[in-house]
Design a protein around this ligand. Structure first.
Ligand code: GLA
Length: 563
């Protein structure tokens, strides 16, 4: 009786001792995710929390005492049969008695069914601290272990030193028992991205923006908005016809008749004011586009109906100049009068979607467009950038914006590059930004051949900055997985951060997500998605929106960079 009582006490103290030795090895974070701060295996071979090389809290692993074939383990058996998002970084130093210059460190999972997924893989030079990093989204089949492959070295010769070890596990089942956070309580995205991009952008509808409670959420997370519709020609012409005319002397010296009663600026002014009052800037979207532009803008005497005939190039060039001038000067004057000349609209989509989907070197322009029907070549594009350069303040950026530009080596990307080349070849034109709309599918490759990264690189070679202007991620015909979407958003924002604009260098200066919540995304009204519901955004719900897992993917990418 007494003996078993004593051995009970002994076991108790042994446990306390062990827990102390390695007590913060596994941390349960407030959002339900888990962080491992060191490895947890091979207790006889490991010393935790040692002072070494002037650092505290170093984990030391003596290879000669390691009994298993593979060292540096983390037991993942609590997380089997679900999809894990693993984000890892660690500083490692290795001493090697054999005199080898370097050792290959491959942290992988012993999951045969999944082909031994690799979390990170790096050469570590003997005697030097090396930071190694990796991320992996992996459907873990059963109880598994993360370990360093011991196949490549002789453990007996090695001593491993680890510091700043951080393995973050999120994904399926983490925090699912916690109530979803409201977007009004969640950490602010615009704060997380301060100093990384010029702005954090969200596209909004007029209803969303004018609704004061929705606006609170918008303003909490974004410092730049794009109006989904209200700055498009259809909307500024307000579906009205010219009722009276005014003479306009175009750059060819000739006089043309322009509508006197149009555009209608009431709504534009109201939205500019709301931006000013809420400390927001705006991407001006859009001046020249084949879509959402009234037919009468392209026709003789502004007629509509079957008998309407397209105007000639000279007249259309004059109308283009007049429209761009009127719009840009109106906004500048408004900013002068109401915002001490400080810009609300800091960048304009001057031309939208002028490149053909199947662009070839001989014909790279979209042909189902009245702009193309009238001009037959890219002069309307180059002219748009000439006029915008003439009438916009010099510090307002000018952007060419298009969709389907997210795979390098694609005809669309080549077509956009040709457009940019033409604009840059014209001495009076200016282009500052290539806008990648980025309505992408969940399978769009992010890195590697034919990837998003490749097209960003190609666009940056032009010397222009890049903005991601209309990001949403469609699940297409695949079942929607909140975790996969989270990891895709995280990887996308990591990519954007990698190519961010740095002083004296062009890069990605801003990213805008196209819409607030899945319930109102434009994608569900698209024919191609009929029968397959899309969940492409980072918030969901109605009224006070809730943060999806994808929200945390975006947030974490910003925070891990700023750490
Ligand atoms: C294009 C346009 C946007 C918008 C979306 C669909 O990408 O540039 O203005 O119309 O389609 O919502």
């Amino acid at each position: 009786m007494k003996k078993s009582f004593l051995s009970g006490i002994f076991i108790f103290f042994a446990c306390v001792f062990f827990m102390n030795a390695n007590s913060n090895q596994r941390i349960e974070n407030s959002d339900g995710t888990i962080t491992f701060t060191t490895i947890d295996e091979d207790k006889n071979a490991v010393e935790f929390k040692k002072n070494y090389d002037g650092f505290e809290n170093v984990t030391i692993i003596y290879g000669e005492k390691v009994t298993k074939r593979n060292p540096l383990n983390i037991d993942l058996s609590d997380f089997g049969n679900r999809t894990l998002i693993m984000d890892f970084s660690c500083d490692i130093k290795i001493l090697d008695k054999s005199g080898a210059e370097k050792n290959r460190i491959t942290w992988m999972i012993n999951d045969f069914a999944n082909n031994f997924p690799v979390l990170c893989d790096a050469d570590v030079k003997t005697g030097e601290w090396t930071t190694i990093k990796g991320s992996l989204t992996v459907p873990l089949t059963e109880k598994r272990t993360l370990y360093v492959s011991g196949g490549e070295f002789d453990m007996k010769n090695l001593t491993f030193y680890l510091k700043n070890f951080n393995l973050h596990l999120s994904g399926e089942g983490f925090g699912d028992d916690k109530p979803q956070q409201s977007w009004l309580e969640a950490e602010s995205l615009k704060n997380a991205y301060k100093g990384i991009f010029d702005y954090f952008g969200l596209a909004v509808t007029e209803n969303e923006f004018t609704n004061s409670s929705t606006r609170k959420g918008i303003v909490r997370h974004a410092d730049c908005i794009t109006m989904g519709n209200e700055f498009k020609p259809d909307f500024v012409f307000n579906w009205q016809k010219p009722t009276s005319f005014v003479d306009f002397v175009a750059e060819d010296g000739k006089t043309y008749k322009m509508p006197k009663n149009l555009p209608v600026f009431d709504k534009v002014d109201k939205l500019l004011k709301l931006c000013r009052d809420n400390n927001l800037t705006m991407r001006g979207h859009v001046l020249v586009w084949h879509s959402q532009t009234p037919k009468m803008f392209f026709t003789q005497n502004y007629k509509t109906g079957k008998k309407a005939v397209l105007v000639d190039k000279a007249e259309m060039t004059a109308r283009e100049e007049w429209y761009i001038k009127t719009m840009l000067e109106h906004v500048s004057e408004w900013e002068q009068k109401n915002n001490d000349g400080k810009h609300i609209i800091t960048v304009w989509d001057v031309v939208n979607e002028a490149v053909a989907d199947n662009a070839s070197s001989s014909q790279y322009l979209r042909q189902d467009s009245d702009w193309f029907r009238i001009f037959g070549d890219d002069t309307f594009i180059v002219n748009a950038f000439r006029f915008a350069n003439k009438y916009a303040p010099k510090d307002v950026l000018l952007c060419y914006n298009d969709y389907g530009t997210n795979r390098g080596q694609s005809p669309k990307v080549s077509g956009v590059l040709k457009v940019v080349e033409s604009i840059q070849a014209s001495p009076d034109a200016r282009i500052d930004v290539i806008g990648m709309q980025s309505h992408i599918g969940i399978d769009n490759p992010i890195k590697g051949y034919g990837s998003f990264e490749e097209s960003i690189k190609l666009f940056l070679e032009t010397g222009c900055d890049v903005q991601i202007t209309e990001l949403d991620v469609a699940n297409g015909k695949q079942a929607y997985s909140p975790i996969i979407l989270q990891s895709v958003y995280k990887d996308l924002y990591r990519l954007f951060i990698e190519y961010r604009k740095l002083p004296q260098k062009n890069g990605i200066s801003g990213v805008t997500i196209w819409g607030l919540n899945d319930e109102t995304t434009w994608l569900n009204s698209q024919k191609e998605h009929r029968g397959y519901k899309q969940f492409p955004l980072i918030f969901e719900g109605t009224g006070e929106l809730k943060c999806k897992k994808a929200f945390y993917g975006v947030l974490e990418a910003g925070k891990e960079f700023s750490k």
